[in-house]
Design a protein around this ligand. Structure first.
Ligand SMILES: Cc1ncc(COP(=O)(O)O)c(C=O)c1O
Length: 335
């Protein structure tokens, strides 16, 4: 396997992602998608990962060439932390659920991350007795506090801030303040609460709507809050939420496929999940501007999409060639 050479210039490309109108879904209600896979390591998680590392450096917690960053993650935070840590001079260890896609694990290894696998569900669970990934990462970091630093995206205010100051203000500017509804998948809750708080401060009428997958889901990066406790970061600002949607695996996958057929966008499953909910919101209003977060693209989900009969292998290959709005990634994706 070849390893791509990373450049610190990549760090300058975090944030300022495109916001595009989904023309085949828009009518009197516009639906706009923020394409977070334009971040250099391919997902929305580049934002909190970079901000949390910079914050720990500023506080003197991280020491180049000495410190090891450790974090429980279902993939995207891991990819972001691994890529960014390597560029900034830190070693990285990740605690991940074994169910994470084979492509994601291969990317993490390719980025020199040491992996600890647990039998957690797809997203590390929060809550006593179910939080294997979080407990293991905490135990490792507490045993050698002078070496390990755990950003802890489930509680770290900087995760919230990266979306409040970054994603939220970008959306406000990109829509000239016309956004009426904001929707994002819920994992740590950093995106929905950060963007949501910013937008509510600008216009208290903007509706903030998180989307969760069904119980026992297949949507990497998201969590169902009946199965897993709401992370403290989300709980703290739960009051800004206006409505909550729950979407099945089937609806999510069907909408991922539809987004390719209608818009030539090859999205990750969490984007299908959010879009399925956005369509329901759009049906119930007469006018407005819904902004949805597309957290990552579909390239690292080939095996999942083929196993779940969303695309055949040939269809996926064709989709890769035909997909629009795709950027080159600084790592290889192998199954
Ligand atoms: C693909 C994907 N979508 C959505 C999210 C949720 O974002 P947040 O943790 O800010 O709630 C994540 C988080 O890992 C993710 O990986």
């Amino acid at each position: 396997m070849t390893t791509k050479i990373l450049s610190t210039k990549l760090l300058e490309r975090i944030g300022d992602t495109p916001l595009i109108e989904l023309n085949s879904y828009s009518n009197k209600v516009k639906i706009l998608a923020k394409l977070e896979w334009y971040n250099p390591f391919g997902s929305v998680k580049d934002r909190p990962a970079y901000w949390m590392i910079k914050d720990a450096e500023k506080k003197g917690i991280l020491k180049k060439g000495k410190s090891i960053i450790i974090e429980p993650t279902s993939g995207n935070t891991g990819i972001a932390l691994a890529g960014i840590a390597r560029l900034m001079g830190y070693d990285i260890e990740l605690v991940i659920p074994e169910k994470v896609s084979t492509e994601t694990k291969a990317i993490l290894t390719n980025l020199d991350a040491k992996l600890h696998e647990t039998s957690d569900d797809l997203c590390p669970k929060v809550g006593v007795g179910t939080d294997q990934s979080i407990s293991l990462a905490t135990a490792i970091s507490k045993a050698r506090p002078e070496t390990y630093y755990m950003p802890n995206q489930y509680e770290n205010e900087i995760n919230f801030l990266s979306h409040y100051e970054g994603t939220g203000s970008e959306i406000w500017e990109q829509t000239n303040g016309e956004v009426t509804h904001f929707m994002a998948g819920a994992g740590t809750g950093g995106t929905i609460t950060g963007v949501g708080t910013f937008l509510k401060e600008k216009n208290s009428n903007v509706k903030i709507i998180p989307v969760q997958p069904q119980k026992n889901h297949l949507i990497q990066g998201l969590r169902n809050y009946e199965e897993s406790a709401m992370p403290p970061l989300f709980k703290k600002r739960e009051s800004i939420i206006d409505d909550f949607y729950t979407i099945t695996n089937e609806e999510s996958f069907k909408t991922s496929k539809e987004l390719f057929e209608k818009e030539k966008l090859l999205v990750g499953p969490s984007s299908g999940c959010v879009m399925a909910a956005a369509k329901k919101v759009a049906e119930n209003i007469n006018e407005g501007t819904i902004v949805v977060i597309f957290a990552d693209d579909g390239r690292k989900f080939r095996s999942l999409y083929v196993n779940q009969n969303v695309f055949t292998d040939d269809e996926f290959e064709k989709a890769l060639n035909e997909a629009s709005m795709i950027e080159e990634l600084p790592f290889n994706i192998n199954r």
